[in-house]
Design a protein around this ligand. Sequence first.
Ligand code: OOG
Ligand code: MG
Length: 262
Amino acid sequence: MTLSPTTIVSLAEHLDGAERHVRAVPMLTDAHGAFGLDDAYAIQHALRRRKQADGARIVGLKMGLTSRAKMLQVRVDTPIYGFLTAASSCADRARLQTDSLIHPRVEPEIAFSLKAPLRGPGCTIGSVLRATDFVAPALEVIDSRYRDFRFDLPSVVADNASCARHVLGGRVRHVGDVDLRTIGVVLERNGEIVATGAGAAVLGHPAAAVAMLVDLLAARGEGLDAGMLVLSGALTEAVNVSAGDAVTGRFQDLGTVSVSFT
Ligand code: OOG
Ligand code: MG
């Protein structure tokens, strides 16, 4: 760690302010000089504590940058994680206020709801599948707090991996009833196909993203609890949205999930 505890808290406060005021800021490593991944997660954890102190409830975690399409899009090639709050969770077909977001993008993901805790190290796809209560199709609305959606690895980690909203929909399925690797997804914006992908785009198997998350958490002495929601990371690149747009993810075997912007 190179940053002082006071700096970590003030950088978290800075990012929280950018989100609340819907105002893009320069990426953190430009504005404050370089820092490493440990400091970046320390800022993210300070942001989480700040939101919790403000009444936010953590409902789960998300993985990000787990597919090649996503890594190429944002030019960061290391998988990362962030936290999900109850306030960021939206119902299927939710209509979101575009002016509450800076420059939103939407991406299709697989959501896992856990029925048992998971602890690493050494978490496997098999242990993830055994601990999963159900899977559901999801759309994540990401919204980097950084100008031009441009960032490096430590900056995006500090910014809670661009988390903004998440929407679950479709049919809730038992993991034993579907092959998560071969599940196809078609992403549409206003009825037009804008991206296509498959489950295997995420680290070969969406459950591998959850296993990687468990191992990353284990390095900090943490784990996942029963009842938590985990997003796999996007199966395709994210698409830009603005007011008037509607996005639908059509998932093979899992059904559809939609969100629109007003
Ligand atoms: C970072 C968050 C990545 C995903 O699913 O890959 C992410 C970003 O693209 O802004 O959520
Ligand atoms: Mg995502």
